[in-house]
Design a protein around this ligand. Structure first.
Ligand code: SF4
Ligand code: SF4
Length: 425
């Protein structure tokens, strides 16, 4: 693991602000890991806030809900932050904010009577997915196929610039904890840890003060502390074997924002149609943490941060280590959008790769114990089988190897290519 410049000071003390709902929302039919959804509305239909507009057609998928009220004006190909382009449902706002009829708050008594199956059903219907970036449907993780003894809530938020999870922990502590206990009840676990880095003292204090029924595990700030396998090792001292998941050793990991979304679904009957996004970077006059409706083009988030100090040369969705560069500011916020980071021309300047000098820095920093320089070379030669034998599929794509490489090798791109080629076979 490595120590990074954090840049969290730009937004960590900025309270979450509600961004005005967009006049047009672009809601991609895939915002999760799994199969694409199918529209259940037609052009011309009226929709309300929180209404389901596209449904899952397979178990590994998650329904999509409207984030504004208005009329469906198109179903078309539109920029997507992960896939490049994808079919999206376009809603034109009526600015009335008509809520879906099902909005009915549940009392604590009603919630205590819910069975784990009923909770999973609510979470599935609400379209909740892993909100730390992975976007795996949450209801599946709440229904483990193997015995589970421990729940770890991932509050590390180890990527530079991002502070949305941190602000939620500070501002919505009790709600998050309610969500965590609902998840734990669903899994039938008693051991609950919140894993948080030591650069978040205010959140640590609040979490510790509000609950004695779980353990707040304070971890050293380093990258990628928030990787699932790294968290399991740091919190429990257990090693997730190569090619396996935390579930294989009795652990489920959930993100802190996902816990908040579970609270909103179970307590407030709210589907996932908005989320907190950090908008940051040196080009912005006033970086912010914004509560944003899904489907809002990122241009509207950038505009909400004041006049640009400098035209950005690169816009990244997610953090700078694992995020993806975007080709347009019309790309919408989706369920997995943690941040929008703008880089100036100087910051974005890329230096041409040189030959590997065999310094071993990439090997020393790899949190998965891989040999990135070897995987890079195998990928460049198209030796996919050998890359597989050298555990390329265990790479968590944290980007540490590329970050430390003094020869500026594009190691992470080469590894992603090898993984894609192997998965295709
Ligand atoms: S090989 Fe993968 S896991 Fe290892 S440092 Fe590089 S990106 Fe991270
Ligand atoms: S860090 Fe770069 S130069 Fe050093 S061994 Fe790895 S690939 Fe080669």
């Amino acid at each position: 693991m490595i120590k990074l410049e954090e840049y969290k000071h730009l937004t960590e003390n900025k309270a979450i602000e509600k961004l005005q709902a967009p006049l047009k929302a672009y809601l991609p039919l895939i915002q999760h890991l799994g199969k694409v959804c199918v529209p259940i509305v037609n052009i011309g239909d009226s929709v309300s806030v929180g209404q389901k507009i596209a449904d899952a057609q397979s178990a590994v998928s998650s329904p999509i809900h409207s984030s504004i009220s208005g009329r469906v004006s198109a179903i078309l190909d539109w920029p997507h932050p992960v896939l490049g382009r994808c079919k999206a449902i376009v809603i034109d706002s009526d600015t009335e904010e008509v809520k879906s009829e099902k909005s009915k708050v549940r009392s604590q008594e009603e919630i205590e009577k819910l069975t784990p199956d009923q909770i999973r059903g609510i979470v599935q219907e609400a379209g909740i997915v892993g909100m730390g970036g992975a976007a795996f449907p949450t209801y599946i993780k709440l229904n483990p196929s193997k015995p589970v003894d421990t729940l770890i809530i991932n509050a590390a938020e180890c990527e530079p610039f991002l502070t949305g999870d941190y602000r939620l922990m500070v501002e919505k502590t009790e709600e998050i904890l309610k969500g965590v206990f609902v998840i734990a009840r669903c899994l039938g676990v008693k051991d609950i840890f919140i894993a948080i880095e030591d650069n978040k003292p205010e959140a640590i204090e609040k979490l510790k003060a509000k609950s004695e029924k779980l353990k707040v595990k304070v971890l050293k700030t380093s990258y990628p502390q928030g990787g699932e396998k790294q968290l399991v090792k740091s919190v429990l001292g257990r090693q997730v074997p190569s090619g396996k998941l935390p579930l294989d050793i009795g652990v489920v990991v959930q993100n802190i924002s996902t816990s908040f979304a579970v609270y909103e679904a179970v307590y407030q009957n709210k589907s996932l149609y908005e989320r907190v996004v950090t908008v940051s970077g040196s080009c912005l006059e006033n970086p912010k943490n914004l509560l944003v409706r899904l489907g809002t083009p990122i241009k509207e988030l950038i505009d909400a941060c004041g006049v640009l100090k400098e035209e950005p040369a690169k816009i990244i969705i997610g953090g700078p280590m694992m995020g993806l560069a975007q080709y347009t500011d019309q790309v919408p916020v989706i369920k997995s959008t943690t941040g929008v980071v703008l880089f100036s021309a100087k910051e974005a300047k890329s230096i041409l790769p040189q030959v590997c000098i065999r310094c071993g820095s990439c090997v020393r920093c790899c949190p998965m114990g891989l040999v990135p320089s070897l995987l890079n070379a195998l990928s460049e030669k198209g030796l996919w089988e050998q890359a597989k034998e050298n555990s390329v599929m265990d790479c968590i794509e944290c980007g540490c190897c590329s970050y430390v490489c003094p020869a500026n090798r594009n190691i992470i791109q080469a590894i992603k290519r090898a993984k894609a080629e192997i998965s295709r076979k």
